[in-house]
Write a protein that binds this ligand. Structure first.
Ligand SMILES: C[S@@+](CC[C@H](N)C(=O)[O-])C[C@H]1O[C@@H](n2cnc3c(N)ncnc32)[C@H](O)[C@@H]1O
Length: 157
């Protein structure tokens, strides 16, 4: 895969970076798309939210078991949203504020400044939302206040 652009955010260190877009609510960032892909932005301004697929490029050592941000117990990486994944793929739904040429202004960011962007998809509730879900170990974390999603300080490597 070849990155199609770069995500810019105010976050320079993992310890300051929100754990999910919910924790980064209101925090602005931008996408600078490689002009080679500009034609692909046609019609994107009709969407309020975009799902970004990107690379956790600053993860040095992936792991199959991690202690996730919202837990104290080790979990299998595929049962978490933690960044130390074998293919280092991140997924965040952000708010689209404006499209200015190859620059997309966005909000609700939870990635480091300079994160390589792999894809952009429009968020469509009918496809992307689910009812009657089971949420495994995250059941314990579901009512934690949003403040606890703001930043953590772990996973620095
Ligand atoms: C728990 S992950 C969740 C990301 C995404 N919402 C997801 O579910 O795939 C968010 C954390 O990944 C780390 N992170 C963000 N961007 C990164 C990057 N480019 N390289 C390495 N780690 C990164 C930060 O510690 C941030 O708090």
């Amino acid at each position: 895969m070849t990155p199609i652009g770069v995500i810019h955010t105010p976050f320079l260190q993992t310890r300051d970076t929100p754990i999910q877009p919910l924790g980064g609510q209101g925090v602005r960032g931008s996408i600078v798309l490689d002009p080679a892909y500009a034609d692909g932005l046609a019609d994107i301004d009709g969407f309020s939210h975009l799902t970004l697929v990107y690379c956790f490029d600053r993860i040095r050592a992936p792991a199959l078991r991690v202690v996730p941000f919202m837990d104290t117990q080790e979990r299998g990486i595929f049962a978490t949203r933690a960044p130390k994944r074998p293919n280092r793929i991140g997924l965040s739904t952000v708010r689209l504020l404006a499209v200015k040429g190859c620059v997309l202004e966005i909000e609700d960011v939870d990635m480091l400044d300079g994160t390589p962007l792999l894809d952009i998809k429009p968020f469509y509730p009918r496809y992307d939302n689910r009812q009657d879900v089971r949420i495994g170990w995250l059941e314990r974390a579901k009512d934690l206040p949003v403040e606890q999603l703001r930043a953590d300080g772990r996973f620095a490597d």
